[in-house]
Design a protein around this ligand. Sequence first.
Ligand code: T1G
Length: 703
Amino acid sequence: MNEIVSCSVIDNIAVVRIDNPPVNAMDRAVRAGLNKTFSELKNRSDIAAVVLACAGRTFVAGADIKEFDTGIRAPSFHEVLQLIEDSPRPVVAAVHGTALGAGTELALACHYRVAQQDARFGLPELSLGIIPGAGGTQRLPRLIPLDRALDMMLSGKPLPAATARELGLADALAAGDVVEGAIAFTRDLIARGADPRRTREQPVKNAEKADAILQEKRAQIAKTMRNRKSPLALLEAVKAATELPFADGLKVESEQSRRLVQAPEARALRHLFFAEREVRKIPAVSSDEKARPVSRVGIVGAGTMGGGIAMCFANANIPVTIVDAAQANLDRGLATIRKNYERSVTRGSLKPDQFEQRMALITPTLDFSALASADLVIEAVFENMALKKDIFGKLDGVARPGAILGTNTSTLDIDEIAAVTRRPQDVIGLHFFSPANVMPLLEIVQARQTAPDVLMTAMDVAKQIKKTGVVAKVCYGFIGNRMMDPYAREAEHCLLEGATPEQVDSALEEFGMAMGILAVFDMAGVDIGHLTRVARKHLLPDDPTFYRCSAMLTECGWLGQKTGRGFYRYDNADRKRTPDPETVEMFWAEGKRLGAARRTPDRQEIQERCFYAMVNEGARLLEEGIALRASDIDVVYTSGYGFPRYHGGPMFYADTIGLKVIRDRILEFGRTFDRQYWTPAPLLELLARNESTFDKWDASRRA
Ligand code: T1G
């Protein structure tokens, strides 16, 4: 077993190496090892300088996030970083991979930094609901301009090495091995008699503009990071850097960090960090299962979804053949793809040569047999079972043996689709979310006969195309849409009782949802949901108020943005929603006719009815085995449905409210509304009675 922190000497240069796989997280063992090593080095007169490097794939990628819940034991970050910064001889950081969080802070405490050309520096702590807690808020603005330092910490976006070099965060770039590059750089320092250059002794760059810069960032936070505490705490710490001596500024940073680390926002974001890695672990698939290679992909259907899915693969440098029955559809589909890429080029997120390279990877054709060489074919045609069955029947004859056949259906029974083929073991659901080239969520739906290696291949493909793949079993709506049903049912029912669409949506948006569900329906088309309910009317509750508002709007042809009115009016070119008194009156009159009690529910009740109905359905999904874990449901909702990450997802949020509170409130709603909707799911009842949580339920199944 390698030493976690080792030291070797080359000539008169000490090379300190951290080796703590998988990402060299700066846990207690690393901190203790650095403490011991640098305590010894400071007394070694034979050492003229030190290079600090990491083994493996990356320089330190942060603190050990698991330690936040167990407590950061001595030696502290500050103790270790101060010891390094106080080193009597120059210390040079050799940075490769992704130096994130404490990794960048460790590099900042060194006197010089040499970066591999493809290395990146980052301070993503805000994505965990905390702020850099190892001096980053105090040292970074002493090396790079204040506004750039704030942008880096507020966005959490990694800084490429070349930019770091331009800004003064890195002193040199290494084209080859970064340790060799750092040693050469260090030799030159020694030859020049260079002293340690302590970051803490540098002045904050353009501190004179601090007030104006902080003011601008405060306004930016108010607009783009509402309801969050960590961004404002970050500004406080950086403000201290511009006004106070280093040691005092460090105290402000530590105080702000302490307040945040156990706050609900940070706990929720830490939960999601691990949940988004847990989703890849599929108990039914043994780790020695081998994924099938996927190097060529076929898409059936050149509509919005088919085109967006094709872009996902082209973006991952995977050739994709897109088939449609009509040339006009292919032309329109390719034109849309081209327009999407052109927009990215205009925005600067895509280079022109990349645009052409990606377009060249997409081959449109009317010839269905062109799919014969694909390793994976994804059907993305209209939501019609007969059409999908026809396509899978044809695919069965055309696709090569071993090819995986995916369907992008969001509502139809995948077992039924698989049954028309002679290879049901190769059939799987791949439910993308519109716009498919943007939304990170991919529901991977395991049909009854889907083979384990097909499931594993789908998870690998998800990672290849940078999607968050979550496994679901077959049921109506899988995980996301199934839980959307009761959530939106309550939103619409509030309208029959006297609430307005604006009251309902603003209650949901004040909770933190990216968009109120009624505005979402107007954007997607009110008729879309209505038609799926008409198609499965025989499965729906016998309740005339059930989604009655969507039905009325569809009957009137008021389908939302595409017709200029739906739950709201959209009279302006910017498609901004405005209240529509006529539809509100129509809903209220219908509610009266159907006997819905006139109640005008307040913000808290709207939130409780919508979210508790969602959570209750989530508990049912867990009981039925449709979702593997409660944390998987949280990933679905924060990746694909605009659920605020700082609440951790519906199931984590339910745990913070308390399952007993939710169960009791559901029973109260059962006494006020239709009991068929307000019966606590057995799992919710059980956990509430045992004063347990969904998180503990997950843990019990991992054990
Ligand atoms: N702590 C603990 N475990 C971590 C970890 C971390 N910082 N980073 C990764 N892991 C685990 C991860 O759970 C997974 O485990 C395995 O490593 C591979 O990760 C004081 C307070 C570095 C870009 O936010 O962004 O420093 O599932 O699957 O896709 O101011 O990991 O295999 O058991 O993600 O190649 C700041 C978090 C911390 C960086 C690599 N740092 N990590 O991505 O692999 S706060 C971060 C990442 C901080 C200081 C503050 C990514 C990665 P398992 P992976 P990857």
